[in-house]
Design a protein around this ligand. Structure first.
Ligand code: NAD
Length: 399
């Protein structure tokens, strides 16, 4: 542990206490003087309750930016989604930069962890911070960018053991950020040569997955037409050293299905289209409708009057239902015939609010019999679920 950083009067404010910000806050709070801020009052109440239950101080969590006025390092973990037209929704970042301006003091550092397009930190966030604070960038305050790489629902790859990319607006700030993250992360901390390089690195990681899944989705259709299994083909191909094993699937969530749009928008503004990446995005986006069509066809073929969809989250073994394709499928089919959607893991309030649909979360709410059961998400919890006399189909069969 670097002792100097702990004696250097650092006080950290973590802004946005969701999937990314909260684990970061928890780790940092063991080593540093810290405050956590989230504008969602319910989230703060929930976190305060859980802190109290663990015997931790809940006083350090707030919705009020003024309470962060003693902090000199801010780490920003707010959402970066897309608007309906798939352009980047930068409003949360904009709000943070405007609010921070009121409390930023000379010598402070702002580190962004939210996923953003290359150039966003310096071209979008910095001017907002300068305007709102009346301080001069790289003279009075400094910035850094360190993309988060956690994988929701994946205990093996946690914040502490994923190599962390860091970048900063000058060497001294880079050193400060290095020392700060080294004190909580066991994996290597990698210094990128510039903020834009770090931003582009995160983009590339996620866009690569989007493109590879699109390839797997397209190849799955080819295999199906040839009457062979994509899974068997993938397994054999994986025995070659340089084959990247990626399964076909629905691409939802707040990361892969969203970040590619950030890149496409940036490219369009700077120099033009990225046809391969655009095509991959379209392939993955249209997969949802195709799966819904297949379920409709199956329901007709089986004369099914009641259908159960298993899973509402965007991927297995998580409660996260943001941009969930399973929910979209439920949305498409609901009303056409009797469709129930069951997911014991989801944050039901968040879903019901957003989709105005009733996702069942308690197995007791299920009917005695469904004519067709389709597993859209592979939660381990579903293994023990047994609904007698129902035809069962897995998403893999539909892809
Ligand atoms: N969840 C992941 O696995 C993951 C992984 C890598 C990167 N990311 C990126 O990290 C960022 C955060 O993602 P997340 O999953 O933690 O989102 P989240 O929705 O779980 O959490 C974000 C939190 O920020 C709060 N917030 C919104 N606007 C705010 C504001 N103006 N001031 C203060 N708080 C505000 C929200 O209330 C919410 O609690 C995004 O850019 C995302 O793309 C997420």
């Amino acid at each position: 542990m670097n002792e100097s950083i702990h004696n250097s009067g650092i006080k950290i404010g973590v802004i946005g206490l969701g999937y990314v910000g909260w684990p970061l806050y928890v780790l940092l709070s063991r080593k540093f003087s810290i405050l956590g801020l989230d504008t969602d009052e319910n989230r703060i109440i929930k976190l305060k309750n859980s802190e109290q239950q663990c015997g931790e101080s809940a006083e350090l969590l707030t919705t009020n930016y003024k309470e962060l006025s003693g902090c000199n390092v801010f780490i920003v973990c707010v959402p970066t989604g897309v608007n309906d037209d798939k352009t980047p929704d930068l409003r949360p970042l904009q709000k943070v930069c405007n609010s921070l301006g009121e409390i930023l003091t000379p010598g402070s550092t702002v580190v962004f962890e939210s996923t953003i397009f290359p150039g966003a930190t310096e071209e979008f966030c910095v001017p907002l911070l300068e305007n709102s604070s009346n301080l001069k960038f790289n003279e009075d305050f400094y910035v850094g960018y360190s993309p988060e790489r956690i994988n929701v629902g994946d205990d093996k790859h946690s914040l502490e053991n994923i190599p962390k990319i860091i970048s900063a607006s000058n060497e001294k700030t880079l050193e400060l950020i290095y020392n700060l993250y080294s004190s909580i992360i066991k994996a290597p901390i990698i210094k990128a040569s510039s903020i834009k390089v770090a931003e582009a690195t995160k983009m590339y990681e996620n866009v690569q997955r989007d493109v590879l899944i699109a390839l797997a989705n397209e190849y799955a259709e080819f295999c199906k037409a040839e009457g062979i299994s994509i899974h068997e083909v993938t397994d054999y191909a994986s025995s070659k050293w340089n084959f990247s094993k990626v399964n076909p699937g629905l691409v939802g969530g707040h990361c892969i299905g969203v970040d590619t749009y950030y890149l496409l928008n940036r490219a369009n503004q700077k120099f033009g289209s990225l046809p391969l990446i655009q095509c991959a995005r379209t392939i993955n986006e249209t997969k949802t409708e195709k799966v819904a069509n297949k379920i409709r066809e199956l329901a007709k073929r089986f004369g099914a009057r009641s259908v159960l969809l298993l899973g509402a989250t965007y991927k297995a073994d998580t409660s996260d239902c943001r941009n969930s394709k399973a929910l979209e499928i439920y949305n498409i089919l609901n009303g056409e015939f009797t469709v129930d959607c069951y997911d014991p893991l989801i944050d039901a309030d968040r879903v019901r609010e957003g989709h105005r649909l009733q996702v069942l979360t308690n197995p007791k709410e299920l009917r005695d019999k469904y004519d067709l059961v389709v597993r859209l998400v592979n939660h381990a919890d579903f293994e023990s679920l047994n609904i007698p006399n129902s035809k069962f189909v897995d998403l893999n069969n539909l892809l």
